[in-house]
Write a protein that binds this ligand. Structure first.
Ligand code: ATP
Ligand code: MG
Length: 332
């Protein structure tokens, strides 16, 4: 059984890109491995954010994950800021992280471009991510494709820390691997950038059926399909990517064939997708409504999750402080 860690930011509304790229997989993995999943609020404050609503958005994110099938009996679900060791290890890992690598990260360049003044926290975002994963000595990290570059850097950070402070016979960090899904990169509805909470190009996971159809109807498809009779290529169509997450395999086959032969128009294809999305998402939305009515139930789950995570994190930090040479192993 491997140790798995992944996180999601409470930076906006959960969307189907998050679901298909990441946490649909988390729900499966909790049955196979020792899984820790976190609402990473410390990451979410690296961009301008609304202070009064952060706590509500954090709770709402946890509700979305539980409604999607994360089971607190099978995985550890917690809020990142509730385990202070994340920020401590983040600082220690900064010591071995090359600045040039941070500046090269695509996500940093994209997000920095959208800000007037770039906070150092945005640059150091992948170091905090490395701390999140390494703190639990996790080896598998189920994420979307946009995070693969950060995973590479995380491995580099682990190698550098190990080379300077690690000890093969005693303690060293394992090098984590990214785990990707078929729908590892869902594009936004305009077919341009990836679907992102911060770009407003999403279909929310908890949207009602009519809103799903209203958003899907005008969404971008293969640009080669200008007329109804033009054949398309499902491999480059974002709508087909979404089918791969929501439609059964035989329907995906039919969709692909009817796209290539222009047997269906894009609207026909979207109608089938909309029906399949609604079938998967309706029970999730209903469970979320039920959980929203019981906030203490959710906060209890998060409190218990943080206690479990903290116990592992404290063991790791005792090793790390010891190896980095602090007086008394970092204890007064
Ligand atoms: P933000 O815009 O604030 O960065 P986000 O939508 O990118 O938000 P994150 O919280 O950064 O969401 O990412 C959570 C998980 O969802 C990560 O594993 C990420 O790789 C995955 N993910 C995000 N967007 C997509 C997408 N469009 N397709 C597939 N996976 C995605
Ligand atoms: Mg993101």
């Amino acid at each position: 059984m491997a140790r798995v860690f992944s996180g999601i930011q409470p930076s906006g509304e959960l969307h189907i890109g998050n679901y298909l790229g990441a946490f649909q997989n988390w729900v499966k993995l909790q049955h196979q491995h020792d899984c820790l999943f976190s609402v990473v609020d410390l990451h979410a404050i690296t961009q301008a954010y609304d202070v009064p609503s952060l706590s509500q958005r954090t709770l709402e994110m946890a509700i979305g994950l539980l409604a999607s099938g994360l089971d607190p009996e099978r995985c550890t679900l917690f809020v990142q800021s509730h385990v202070a060791e994340h920020t401590e290890l983040n600082w220690f890992l900064n010591i071995v992280t090359p600045l040039g690598e941070l500046e090269r990260q695509t996500q940093f360049k994209d997000k920095a471009q959208r800000q007037e003044s770039v906070p150092a926290g945005l640059l150091n975002y992948p170091v905090l991510q490395a701390a999140d994963v390494l703190l639990y000595e996790a080896t598998l990290v189920p994420v979307g494709e946009d995070q693969v570059q950060h995973l590479e850097l995380m491995r580099e950070i682990a190698r550098r820390w190990n080379a300077r402070f690690g000890d093969d016979a005693g303690f060293s960090f394992p090098e984590p691997q990214a785990l990707l899904t078929t729908a590892k990169r869902v594009l936004g509805l305009n077919g341009q950038a990836k679907m992102s909470k911060s770009l407003g190009n999403t279909i929310g996971l908890l949207e009602p059926p009519d809103a799903i159809w209203e958003k899907l109807r005008p969404a971008a498809t293969d640009p080669a399909r200008v007329k109804r009779t033009d054949p398309g290529n499902p491999d480059i169509c974002n709508i087909f990517t979404i089918h791969q997450g929501f439609s059964p395999p035989d329907v995906q086959q039919t969709v692909a064939t009817n796209c290539r032969t222009a047997g269906w128009g894009c609207l026909d294809c979207k109608r089938v997708l909309s029906d399949n999305m609604i079938a998967v998402l309706t029970p999730i939305r209903e469970r979320a409504t039920a959980l929203r009515a019981e906030p203490p139930k959710v906060t209890d789950i998060l409190r218990a999750g943080a206690a479990k995570a903290r116990a592992v994190a404290q063991r790791t930090m005792a090793q790390v402080r010891q190896r980095m040479g602090f007086l008394g192993g970092g204890v007064p």
